[in-house]
Design a protein around this ligand. Structure first.
Ligand code: DOR
Ligand code: ZN
Length: 432
């Protein structure tokens, strides 16, 4: 379906907001962007009346589940959640059932994602023993593989890379094939050595049971190994001031990129007192000073991408006692709203919003066809009402996971629609 969006406020690459812009799509790509669209051909026309349009957002960190865990989420519910949240591309994490550790598992995942309403990319999972499988897979030059994910500690994942030489081997392989390695930086050997004897097992102590030293040690190992091997590192969910300090010092030395999540940016461990297991997540929420360090890094470019770490589990699972309740919660439908709200409150420049939600991910992961609103790019757009106030209501999530540590908060700035490969999807607003 061809589409003409009139009267849009478009965020261009310089970070300026251009008023009265028309965007024409032709099938799945953008045909024209400017103030004087060519004479009308038959197309669906929408008057956006000054709503913002930014490049379709890319979420590099989503646990879609499906297959053996369809009761938590599947591609249909995850895609609906992604589009409602403003995301047109999602990168699916490999700690699924089955885990995406070889070609057979990837093929199953591709089949499950085939009908998804968003564009899907897949992280491959590293284990201590699957280097050969990964190599064989990369030799096929798979266009839909985002990179390789390494868990340095267990967290809804059975596949831990414990041995630093295995990490080195994975990173060497990734460097050879020029793909990024994402690292979950909590370090299992450190977690195993923690004396938790005197700490009551409760959600409000989750951050004490998985202490900050373990993420810092793991981040250090990941960065050092990436620098040694020349591999591109995508350090996921940075959560501490110490990691930010490391990144400030070491980012200039190599291809080191960092992700922050909305929950590590804007929630501290007191959320676990309020929300219990609904705020239980790995790495755990930390101190207000960590949030401040992350927020500063978001502003000044040390953080490259906003990743939701959408990690849905069933409400029944989350409502179990602390020890049994899995870590993680849905984020696709709150992530963009939280960033837009923060942009207003803390003056995050528009250019940063574009970089954090699509521009940097497109660059890091080599998605040259997206990340800006330009003729010839994919027709992926996120349409935003920057002044709409709304309350986070998990009952209305498209995700199967109807809970959130952000439940009940009011945000300013809302996704009203998305265009994904030319297909217009209403999120909340009426058509113009
Ligand atoms: O809290 C988390 N949940 N952290 C992870 O690293 C994994 C995720 C999940 O898959 O549930
Ligand atoms: Zn995750």
């Amino acid at each position: 379906m061809k589409l003409l969006l009139r009267n849009a406020m478009v965020l261009d690459r310089s970070g300026a907001l251009q008023p009265h812009v028309a965007i024409m799509t032709n099938g799945s790509s953008i045909e024209y962007v400017g103030t004087q669209p060519p004479a009308a051909q038959p197309r669906r026309t929408l008057d956006l009346a000054g709503l913002w349009v930014i490049p379709g957002a890319i979420d590099p960190h989503v646990h879609v589940r499906d297959l053996g865990q369809w009761e938590k989420e599947d591609w249909s519910s995850a895609s609906a959640a992604a589009l409602a949240g403003g995301y047109t591309t999602v990168f699916d994490m490999p700690n699924s059932v089955p885990p995406t550790n070889d070609l057979e598992a990837l093929e199953r995942k591709r089949a499950a994602a085939a009908g998804a309403a968003v564009d899907a990319r897949f992280w491959l999972g590293a284990t201590e023993t699957n280097l050969g499988d990964l190599r064989a897979l990369l030799q096929t030059a798979p266009p839909d593989v985002a990179g390789i994910k390494v868990f340095l500690a267990g967290s809804s994942s059975n596949e831990i890379v414990r041995d630093p030489s295995s990490l080195q081997a994975v990173m060497t392989l990734a460097a050879q094939y020029n793909i990024p390695v994402a690292v979950h930086q909590e370090l299992q050997s450190c977690l195993d050595a923690v004396d938790t004897g005197g700490i009551r097992r409760a959600a409000s102590n989750h951050h004490r049971l998985r202490p900050r030293a373990c993420v810092v040690q793991g981040a250090q190992l990941a960065i050092q190994t990436a620098l040694q091997t020349g591999c591109t590192l995508y350090l996921v969910h940075v959560s501490t001031a110490e990691e930010i300090k490391l990144l400030r010092r070491l980012k200039p030395r190599g291809r080191i990129f960092a992700e922050a999540t909305p929950h590590h940016l804007w929630l501290d461990s007191s959320a676990t007192v309020k929300s219990g297991n609904h705020a239980k997540v790995n790495p755990p929420l930390r101190d207000p000073a960590d949030c401040s360090a992350l927020q500063q890094a978001l502003l000044d470019g040390i953080i490259d991408c906003l990743g939701s770490d959408h990690a849905p589990h069933t409400l029944t699972e989350k409502n179990q006692p602390y020890r049994a309740a899995p870590s993680g919660f849905p984020g696709l439908e709150t992530s963009m709203g939280l960033l837009l709200d923060a942009a207003v409150r803390y003056g995050i420049p528009h250019k940063r919003v574009q970089e954090l939600t699509s521009g940097n991910a497109a660059h890091i992961f080599g998605l040259a066809d997206r990340g800006s609103i330009t003729a010839g790019k994919r027709a992926d757009l996120t349409i935003i009402d920057p002044t709409a106030r709304w309350q986070v209501d998990p009952a209305r999530f498209h995700s199967k996971a109807h809970y959130s540590p952000f439940a009940g908060i009011t945000l300013c700035g809302r996704v009203v629609a998305t265009v994904c490969a030319g297909a217009y999807r209403q999120a909340v607003a009426e058509e113009g």
